[in-house]
Ligand binder design. Sequence first.
Ligand code: SF4
Length: 266
Amino acid sequence: MQFRFDAAPARIYWELTRACDLACTHCRAGANAACDPRELSSAEIARVVDELAAECQATIIFTGGDPLKRRDFFEIVAHTVKAGLPCLVAPSATPLLTSKVVASLASLRIGAMSLSLDGATPSRHDALRGVVGTFSRTIQAGREIVEAGISLQINTLVTADTIADLPAIHRVVEHLGADRWSLFFLIRTGRGQTLRQITPVQADAVMNWALDIGHGRPIVTTTEARQIAGVRMALVLRCEGSGSETATVSCSSRTRARFNPPDSFR
Ligand code: SF4
């Protein structure tokens, strides 16, 4: 792969606000319900979007906090789409994320939306997100996003407390019809400083498993798991060493059985 620095930046994760109505245990932003008066104004945001559009074709991912907490959210998205920049949205699953919001984003032709799912059951997910009802809102919004024809990504936090649930979460994500499942390995910062990391051996097992299952739909990607390139290479080399004719990272169910039984996450 060739790096094209003249085409950079390729992706911009734009935290429009720190405000959010959830209270996640791992929130690195330390979000709370109120918008900060020091946030950029609508005019300032529009100016930055125009400057970006003049210089590059970066994909803009509007996130937060919860970007829906901004009153000018739709104005910002509409301006970005009009400026010709690919636009993705990462809202929080709160009462602000209504069917009407999803329909409006579909009509603006945004590229994708992402939601977070950190447990396969209401009690597991809601415990991490700090608000009862978040699981059912996430599932409902996920269905509406897919039905509206918007590509859906589900993000899942990987910690010592969520790792055993990953296979069950994967089944929920498949059932929702998401295009992508992204595993976010915990960074202990913000409110997440007290959460428990998985061990290196568990991280290896998760990455091998992700590589093995991640070629169907949803595709599986990782965030903050930089060693995955080494894990992928080791898997390819082991497949080649075993004489497999299909020495790719998705080469065989035998590989899954040998390296990655979900039980090894426990
Ligand atoms: S949804 Fe995101 S911004 Fe909101 S509390 Fe959770 S981690 Fe923080």
